[in-house]
Write a protein that binds this ligand. Structure first.
Ligand code: LMR
Length: 328
């Protein structure tokens, strides 16, 4: 081989290496809710801060509204590395084998964001995220949505009102037990399918924080919304572990800092986003909003509290006691 060929060959390799060094690292962040929700806004905020902090070395592509994957598929896609980041609801970790996350679904476990944050932002939250390592997943943070309300085409004021209703739930066994304790039949369904299922009568009702209820237009197909605050819905932001561990350490540090900022943002806006959504539902005039009297609330609590004992062995007795210590 002539010398100039060898030199040309080296130049080509050097050029290719330089070009690949300039290619941004892509993070595909897939989620199932609308852009205009606590999670949707926080995902976009993370993108902005992450791209700023890494000075363009990382590009975050956010795919909202189940555009790429539905609930179950997105978990599989993360493990396969087809996407790098998700923020599934804590009620969707059971099928991964992380049943402890379903503790967050227990009805009336938290009486507000403050007691919840003592759990998610303390050692209990950290140890829960750590449990995901063995699934090839790194848990980065907890993001709030909020407290769930019940909807149907009939007023739900007393536990007896639930009898015979078919209600959509996320894939959590705790939520299954919750609906059964009320005398309803639970039906697991992907979030992206709920609107149509409500519209066509495949299910009679559902539960969700109002931000999800409104942005999925469920108010157009549900006549009543009971402000029950009977349970919490929040998220764990998770990444593919191999991808995360393989990042250059300085980039990973910048992304961790961006995630801290995004978490602060998410948890600061969640409550007001849900209040604004409630106002929007009220204004729409399509769904009647019902409050529970203290006696009615007591009746719901009485019907539902047994779920703690019944599901204690699934979510872990020690974990439940540790959470109750923080919230009690
Ligand atoms: C649901 O499926 O109802 C929620 O988990 C959707 C979400 O991500 O908030």
């Amino acid at each position: 081989m002539k010398l100039q060929h060898i030199v040309a060959g080296f130049a080509l390799v050097a050029f290719a290496l330089a070009a690949s060094a300039q290619q941004p690292i892509i993070i595909k962040f897939s989620h199932v809710v609308a852009v205009d929700t606590p999670k949707g806004k926080a995902a976009d905020y993370f993108k902005k801060v992450a791209e700023e902090k890494t000075k363009g070395r990382v590009k975050v592509e956010v795919y909202p509204n189940s555009q790429l994957y539905k609930d179950k598929e997105e978990m599989e896609a993360l493990q396969l590395g087809s996407v790098q980041m998700l923020a599934p609801s804590l009620a969707k970790f059971g099928p991964l084998g992380a049943k402890e996350f379903e503790a967050f679904d227990l009805p009336y476990l938290f009486d507000g964001y403050a007691s919840l944050h003592r759990v998610t932002e303390g050692p209990i939250g950290q140890s829960l995220l750590k449990k995901l390592d063995s699934k090839g997943i790194t848990g980065l943070a907890f993001w709030d949505n909020g407290f769930k309300q019940m909807s149907a085409n009939k007023p739900l004021k007393q536990p007896a009102d639930f009898r015979g209703l078919k209600l959509r739930i996320q894939s959590s066994k705790v939520l299954d037990a919750q609906m059964r304790a009320l005398g309803a039949t639970p039906q697991v369904m992907a979030f992206s399918e709920v609107y149509q299922a409500l519209q066509t009568g495949v299910v009679d009702g559902t539960e969700n924080p109002v931000s999800n209820f409104y942005t999925q237009k469920m108010h157009e197909v549900q006549k009543y919304l009971t402000l029950s605050d009977h349970g919490y819905l929040g998220y764990a932001v998770i990444v593919n572990k191999k991808f995360w561990d393989g990042l250059p350490p300085d980039v990973r540090g910048q992304l961790e800092a961006a995630m801290k900022d995004a978490t602060r943002y998410a948890n600061a806006i969640a409550a007001t986003e849900n209040l604004a959504a409630l106002e929007a539902v009220r204004k729409s005039g399509k769904t009647q909003i019902l409050a529970l009297s203290p006696d009615e609330k007591k009746a719901w609590q009485k019907a539902l509290i047994k779920v703690h004992k019944d599901l204690e062995s699934r979510v872990g007795k020690d974990l439940l006691q540790a959470i109750q210590k923080e919230t009690g």
